[in-house]
Design a protein around this ligand. Structure first.
Ligand SMILES: NC(=O)c1ccc[n+]([C@@H]2O[C@H](COP(=O)([O-])OP(=O)(O)OC[C@H]3O[C@@H](n4cnc5c(N)ncnc54)[C@H](OP(=O)(O)O)[C@@H]3O)[C@@H](O)[C@H]2O)c1
Length: 326
């Protein structure tokens, strides 16, 4: 009987920002997580509305009414600027937090908060009280670049050129005229041009840890689909490796959520899955050795809720893939 009670005990968790795209995705994935159980979810304008966790239906609470002390972990899917205060409130109640906003990511704070790019910083996440979950674009881009950085493959002084396109859910579900169906559908455009996008800060900080002489030039685009990111990254190399793809295959051998493939990745390969899919191709007809790396993720899963749960699994000493396969 005692053993049965132990087996069915699940760790109670809360979701701040449950009515948003990332919060709803947390609800969807956590519904079948065998170790975490959603105890509450919050909303601001949409407080009082239903919140689905699989077959269960909770009612979205105002953040001030959230029973923070009743849970062991809170996922904050609040907008940047609003999240840090709540994460600190959670933490001051002795509860752990995974922050999906940019507030506590490298380049945005002077605080030393573990950065949840799991495949790079896994050891820092074990028992972490607070984790800063990476942005969606940085997840796709940094995981694509990581083996080149670690192996010192990139030409000194290189400009790494990143063109990436995201589905519309990347912008959240607060109403904005430029995100209306008639503006987005059958259309394609760049935004945040001029290398000023907010996600550059965490990418530059992370690349900077490798002491490589590299610049990043990042241009995001708005793709007329609900979800998914495809990044196309042009990288000048010191020399072309004999077996190019082996650079990624060796680095990510044994990584459950990184799929290195010969084929070019497409959004359909990654949608609703907690994976990044990567390939690399040498470039012909240019004077210097150059590679194009392609990386695809679901912005709401590996780029947000899925990676947040992956990080929470690591923090709680639960097998990393729990609730995230299939
Ligand atoms: N969307 C993505 O692909 C993605 C990927 C990675 C990280 N993120 C990050 O995850 C966070 C959530 O993103 P999202 O796309 O889910 O945003 P969203 O759809 O706009 O949802 C925001 C959520 O926060 C609530 N909220 C807004 N302002 C609040 C405030 N001042 N106090 C308390 N609650 C407030 C909203 O409640 P109401 O609905 O009631 O207004 C909603 O539940 C953001 O920090 C975002 O940068 C998003």
């Amino acid at each position: 009987m005692q053993e049965y009670a132990f087996m069915v005990h699940r760790i109670p968790v809360g979701i701040l920002g449950g009515s948003g795209y990332a919060g709803r995705e947390l609800g969807r994935i956590l519904a079948s997580h065998p170790k975490f159980e959603v105890a509450f979810a919050t909303a601001k304008e949409r407080r009082g509305e239903p919140f689905a966790v699989g077959d269960r239906e909770l009612t979205l609470l105002a953040p001030d009414d959230a029973p923070l002390k009743s849970v062991e972990l809170v996922f904050s899917a609040l907008p940047h600027g609003a999240s840090e205060l709540w994460v600190d409130r959670v933490s001051s109640n002795g509860v752990r937090a995974v922050d999906l906003s940019s507030d506590l990511r490298p380049g945005h704070t002077s605080r030393d908060v573990p950065y949840g790019l799991t495949e790079l910083f896994r050891a820092d996440l074990v028992d972490a009280e607070i984790i800063a979950n990476p942005g969606c674009y940085p997840t796709a881009i940094l995981l694509a670049l990581l083996p080149l950085l670690e192996g010192d493959h990139i030409e000194s002084g290189a400009l790494v050129t990143i063109d990436a396109a995201s589905g519309v859910s990347g912008a959240g579900n607060a109403p904005r005229p430029e995100l209306l169906f008639a503006e987005v559908a059958e259309n394609f455009r760049a935004y945040g041009v001029g290398n000023e996008h907010r996600h550059l800060a965490e990418m530059r900080e992370t690349v900077g840890r490798f002491n490589r002489d590299v610049d990043l030039l990042f241009t995001p685009h708005l793709l007329p689909v609900a979800r998914g990111i495809l990044a196309t990254i042009t990288v000048p190399l010191r020399r072309m490796p004999t077996d190019l793809l082996a650079v990624w295959q060796q680095r990510y051998a044994g990584e459950p959520f990184v799929e290195v493939r010969e084929q070019l990745p497409a959004l359909r390969d990654v949608i609703r899955r907690n994976v990044v899919r990567i390939t690399a191709r040498p470039v012909a007809h240019v004077r210097r050795p150059t590679v194009i790396v392609f990386s695809a993720i679901d912005n709401l899963v590996k780029g947000a809720a899925g990676q947040a749960i992956q990080n929470a699994n690591v923090a709680f000493g639960i097998p990393e893939t729990t609730g995230l396969l299939g």
